[in-house]
Write a new protein. Structure first.
Length: 317
C-alpha cells in the first residue's frame, strides 16, 4: 500500500512538473516580443493618424504610413518623430482616395501607393514628389473588376499586386506596364481565395497571405509553388481568414503575419514552423483593434499598424 502511494505520488509530481514546464514554454512563446512604444492618435494634425492601414520602413530607418482617414502619407523616424507628409483627398496626381497600401522600393528612393477608390498605383520620390501613376484597364480584360490590396517589389524591380476580388497576383514593370497575372480562384496549391499580403525575401521567394484559405503560400521567382502553411482557427500557426499583412526579416529568416480578427502577430521561420505570437484585443499598450499591416526595421523591431486604434505600435525582443 505504501509503495502504491509512493508510485502515485511520484506520478502526480512528475505530471504536475510536466504541465508547469509546458505552461512556461507556451508563455515564453507568446511573450517573446514586448511592447516598446507607440505613436499616432486619431486626429489630423502632423504626426497624428486616422485608421492607418499600411506601413513600410526603408533601409535607412524611415517609416512610411498610410494615414487613410486623412488621405495622406506620413513619414517618421524610428522613434515615431514626424518628418513630413503629402497628399489630400481627391483624384488628381498626388491626391488619394481610400489609400490602402504603401511600399518602399528596395533602393529606398521611390514610394509606391495603392488606392481602392481611385483604382490605381502612384509612384513618388521618398520626399513625396509625384512621378507617375497607372490603373488596371489593360490587365487581361478584367480592369473594372480589379481590386488590388497590397504590393511588393522583387530584386529586379518588378511590381507585384495582390488582387483580392480576382484571386490573382498581378505583375508590372516599374513604370506600370502590365506583364502577366498568376493564380486563379480556388483552394488547391497555387490558387487563392482573396490574397492580400505579399513580400519577397532576398532570393525573390514570394510569400502571400491567402486570406480566405487561412494560409500562407510560398512561390519561387517563376511562380512555382514551394510550400504552404496554416489552417482556419485561433491557435498557434492558424489564421482567422483575415490575415492581411506579412513581412520578412532577412537577418533571421523570419516571417511575420498579422491577423486582423485574432488581433495578434505570429512569427514563423521561413519553412512555416511556428515560433511565437503576441498581441490581444483591446486598447491598452500591446493590444490591437483590427490590425492591418506590419513592418520590420533594420534592428528587428516590429512596427504594427493598429488600424482600429489609429496608432502604430512598436515591439522588440
Amino acid at each position: 500500500m505504501i509503495n502504491n502511494f509512493l508510485i502515485y505520488g511520484i506520478f502526480f509530481i512528475s505530471f504536475y512538473n510536466l504541465l508547469f514546464f509546458e505552461t512556461i514554454f507556451c508563455e515564453s512563446n507568446t511573450t517573446e516580443y514586448q511592447f516598446l512604444t507607440k505613436f499616432g492618435g486619431k486626429e489630423s494634425n502632423e504626426g497624428e493618424l486616422s485608421t492607418p492601414h499600411s506601413i513600410d520602413i526603408d533601409k535607412e530607418g524611415n517609416v512610411y504610413v498610410t494615414d487613410t482617414g486623412n488621405d495622406r502619407i506620413q513619414k517618421y523616424d524610428l522613434d515615431g518623430k514626424f518628418i513630413l507628409q503629402w497628399g489630400e483627398e481627391g483624384s488628381e496626381d498626388g491626391q488619394f482616395d481610400k489609400l490602402h497600401d504603401v511600399y518602399v522600393d528596395p533602393s529606398g528612393q521611390f514610394i509606391y501607393t495603392l488606392e481602392l477608390a481611385n483604382h490605381r498605383v502612384q509612384k513618388f520620390t521618398n520626399d513625396g514628389k509625384f512621378i507617375l501613376k497607372w490603373g488596371f484597364e489593360d490587365t487581361g480584360g478584367r480592369g473594372a473588376e480589379r481590386t488590388p490590396h497590397q504590393l511588393s517589389i522583387d530584386s529586379t524591380g518588378y511590381v507585384y499586386l495582390t488582387d483580392k476580388n480576382a484571386h490573382q497576383i498581378l505583375k508590372f514593370d516599374e513604370n506600370g506596364k502590365f506583364i502577366e497575372s498568376y493564380g486563379s480562384k480556388g483552394s488547391a496549391a497555387g490558387k487563392f481565395l482573396e490574397p492580400h499580403g505579399i513580400v519577397f525575401d532576398s532570393n525573390d521567394t514570394m510569400y502571400v497571405t491567402d486570406m480566405k484559405n487561412s494560409r500562407v503560400q510560398v512561390f519561387d521567382k517563376n511562380f512555382n509553388f514551394i510550400r504552404q502553411w496554416g489552417s482556419f482557427g485561433n491557435g498557434s500557426g492558424q489564421f482567422s481568414g483575415t490575415a492581411p499583412g506579412i513581412d520578412y526579416y532577412e537577418k533571421q529568416d523570419l516571417v511575420f503575419v498579422v491577423d486582423k480578427t485574432s488581433t495578434n502577430v505570429q512569427v514563423f521561420d521561413k519553412d512555416g514552423k511556428f515560433i511565437s505570437k503576441f498581441g490581444s484585443k483591446g486598447k491598452q499598450d500591446g493590444q490591437f483593434s483590427r490590425p492591418e499591416d506590419l513592418a520590420i526595421d533594420p534592428q528587428g523591431k516590429v512596427f504594427v499598424s493598429d488600424t482600429g486604434n489609429s496608432r502604430i505600435q512598436v515591439f522588440e525582443k
